[in-house]
Structures are given as structure tokens and as C-alpha cells.
Design a protein. Structure first.
Length: 169
């Protein structure tokens, strides 16, 4: 999908000089660095902090559980030879159950975190797209592109978009 879009953009860019030379018009093009928006925009920073606080307790619980598993495993390895067979089997069973529980909770944690990250990212993209559209209209841009292989820094309007997002536009 991205390769098709890139090919289309290259074809479009290749035809621009001919098309616009014939029309005798100047074209105003801008570029937005999406990665910088996600990293530096106040809404993105706020969303990251929100997610961190929302998921920190579960993450700490998982870390405690991982330490418990590691401790149980080490204890079992250290004392396995001196344990009664039934005691050793019971501890192995406990270890296996705890490991399965940990893996289940870890999987649920990742799924929930990914879902929330996608929700927050969608909100950031929506706000950024509105800011980009407002900038394009107010400063009379003909084209604003995102995610390109290379772009001249003079075309980069990312700082303007981040500023607009920080002002709540």
C-alpha cells in the first residue's frame, strides 16, 4: 500500500514542473513530519503521560509477578534434589500455573495498551489534520505532504503545526 502511494507521489511530483510551467503558477508546498508531531506536540506528550499513569499499576504488578516466578524457579532449582517428590511436583505445578497466569496477564496488558495507544494516536492525528488544513487554507498552500523520503528543510511546516496544537487550534 505504501509503495503504491510513494509511486503515485513520485509520478505526481515528476509531472508538477511540466503542469505548473504550463499554468505559469507558483506552487506552495509544505511538509509535516508526523513522527515529530507524535513526539513533540503537547497533545502527544499529554497522551503519553496519560497512558503511562493509566497502565503503570498493571505494569508494576507484572514486574512483581515476573520476580515471583524467577524466585520460585531459582528456589526450585536450588532445592529440587533435597525435596520430597510430591513437594517438588507441587512446586513445579505452582510455577507452571503462575507462568501461564503471567503470560495471560502480559498478553492482555499488551493488547489493552495497544488499543489505548491507537485511540490516543487517532485523536492526535485528527487534531493535527485539522491544524494542517487550517494552515494550508490560511497560508494558501497548494499541497502539504507527510512521511517522505527526503524534503528540504525550507518546506517543513511541522513547527507551525506543533505550535497550533499547543495553542489548542
Amino acid at each position: 500500500m505504501n509503495r503504491k502511494i510513494a509511486t503515485l507521489l513520485v509520478a505526481l511530483m515528476a509531472s508538477l514542473p511540466v503542469s505548473f510551467a504550463l499554468a505559469s503558477e507558483t506552487v506552495k508546498i509544505g511538509y509535516v513530519n508526523t513522527q515529530r508531531i507524535f513526539r513533540d506536540a503537547p497533545t502527544a506528550v499529554k497522551a503519553a503521560k496519560k497512558l503511562e499513569s493509566e497502565f503503570s499499576k498493571r505494569d508494576q504488578d507484572l514486574q512483581r509477578m515476573a520476580k515471583q516466578i524467577q524466585s520460585l524457579q531459582e528456589s526450585l532449582e536450588k532445592n529440587a534434589l533435597t525435596m520430597v517428590e510430591t513437594e517438588r511436583r507441587a512446586k513445579e505445578k505452582d510455577l507452571n500455573e503462575l507462568t501461564r497466569e503471567f503470560q495471560r496477564k502480559q498478553r492482555e496488558f499488551r493488547e489493552d495498551l495497544n488499543l489505548r495507544q491507537n485511540e490516543e494516536n487517532a485523536a492526535i492525528i485528527e487534531k493535527a489534520n485539522k491544524a494542517i488544513k487550517q494552515l494550508a487554507e490560511s497560508e494558501k498552500y497548494d499541497l502539504i505532504v507527510q512521511d517522505v523520503v527526503w524534503v528540504s528543510p525550507k518546506l517543513d511546516v511541522t513547527d507551525k503545526i506543533i505550535k497550533a496544537l499547543s495553542e489548542g487550534k
